[in-house]
Design a protein around this ligand. Structure first.
Ligand code: B12
Ligand code: SF4
Ligand code: SF4
Length: 319
């Protein structure tokens, strides 16, 4: 068998195993796609390139599981309704926890398990693999409060050192997903796939095996300026486009080319505002309205009155 056939056979076996373990989307990115790419040439921060974890890295496997639609939609709607068994003052933390548990933790654990199983398999075939947590890391740093690790000692410090403070994920699963051909970034700064829109979580496996790459997305998925519902849905206004000069940060760009496929993000999120949404508005919705309102791949039909109003206004503008 030629090495091309070997690569095909190994790729098929890895994909089949990942799917069998519960991954629904699986894509392969060759490591070269982590070099800066036109038109915006974003670079992986030092310490976050696949080769920082495995110097001989050749491929990155991106895996995803959908968040089930009622898990995304129902907690937000219930927060605005009477719940006979849950006292009003407990409703928000209760429903955030419901979403967190079945829209976050289940995926986080399962995707990490799938990473370990695929990693073991690659190892048994003579290859190395690095796996990652699905979510961020929250280290306990001596002399710092939990709040300080989330937000940094001050906004000036955050600007100079790390916009993600001390809680950044070790590796960006969104960048891996676009490079593995699973989707593109949307205006909501999340990765949209054709299958589930923004409604999925990702993880990644870095390996030194040469796997057969999947093609990049060729047609836009995000509806772009024809939509902008995610930007309107965020009560904290924490998402801005990168060419918006009123919100400069490490992802700013002077000119944002919105005709391209978004392999790199067109948007930026003010992470402090996102985290503080409950402080800013005691009636703030269960997190994720930027994901919940998105009409890709289909119009959401179980929304809070506020989001429903935004979607209906958008639909009437289009007709
Ligand atoms: C921390 C975090 C947050 C925090 C940030 C807190 C803080 N202190 O800053 C907050 C609370 C804001 C947050 C909110 C949300 N999050 Co979040 N979050 C993460 C997490 C765990 C880490 C992000 C991170 O630190 N990445 C590392 C940094 C460095 O990467 P980055 O910000 O993407 O990268 C920027 C640069 O550093 C650089 N870069 C970094 N790596 C690379 C690599 C290459 C090749 C290039 C070119 C550039 C580059 O470019 C980026 C900007 O262009 C990721 C999981 C992960 N590990 O990817 C999930 C993740 C991004 N979140 C996710 C989700 C779903 C959400 C929410 C919807 C809430 C929810 N769970 O329902 C909201 C959405 C907010 C929004 N619209 O932006 C999903 C997104 C899934 C999707 N469909 O895209 C992720 C990917 C989790 C997952 N495993 O699926 N999140
Ligand atoms: S999770 Fe909520 S507060 Fe954060 S960016 Fe999305 S809509 Fe805004
Ligand atoms: S809500 Fe609209 S603009 Fe925002 S990500 Fe979805 S399709 Fe794109």
């Amino acid at each position: 068998m030629s090495s091309k056939d070997d690569a095909r056979e190994l790729t098929d076996a890895v994909k089949q195993l990942a799917r069998h373990q519960g991954a629904v989307l699986v894509g392969i990115a060759p490591v070269e796609r982590f070099d800066p790419m036109p038109p915006v040439h974003d670079t992986a921060p030092a310490g976050m390139h696949p080769k920082d974890f495995l110097p001989e890295a050749r491929s990155v496997i991106s895996i995803a599981q959908p968040i089930l639609n009622p898990v995304v939609d129902a907690p937000a709607v219930l927060a605005t309704r009477e719940m006979r068994m849950i006292p009003d003052h407990a409703k928000y933390p209760y429903l955030e926890l419901l979403y967190d548990r079945v829209g976050h933790m289940v995926h986080d654990l399962m995707l990490e398990f799938i990473g370990q199983v695929v990693g073991q398999y690659l190892m048994s075939r003579g290859w190395e693999a690095m796996i990652f947590p699905t979510t961020g890391l929250h280290p306990h740093i001596e002399g710092m409060t939990d709040e300080q690790t989330w937000e940094g000692p001050s906004p000036e410090w955050a600007e100079e050192h790390s916009p993600l403070r001390y809680t950044s994920g070790p590796f960006s699963h969104r960048h891996a997903a676009t490079r593995a051909g699973l989707g593109e970034f949307g205006y909501n700064n999340l990765v949209l796939t054709r299958e589930f829109g923004s409604r999925q979580r990702f993880n990644s496996i870095v390996t030194d095996a040469d796997l057969v790459p999947d093609p990049l997305i060729a047609e836009p998925i995000c509806l772009r300026d024809k939509c902008r519902l995610c930007l309107k849905a965020c009560i904290m206004q924490c998402i801005t486009m990168r060419d918006d000069p009123s919100a400069r940060d490490y992802r700013s760009l002077e000119k944002d080319d919105r005709s391209r496929i978004f392999i790199d993000t067109p948007a930026k999120t003010n992470t402090t505002l996102c985290r503080r949404r409950r402080d800013g508005r005691p009636d703030s919705p269960v997190r994720g309205d930027c994901l919940r309102v998105c009409p890709v791949p289909r119009r959401p039909n179980h929304l809070t009155d506020r989001l429903q109003g935004l979607v209906e206004a958008w639909e009437s503008e289009r007709t």
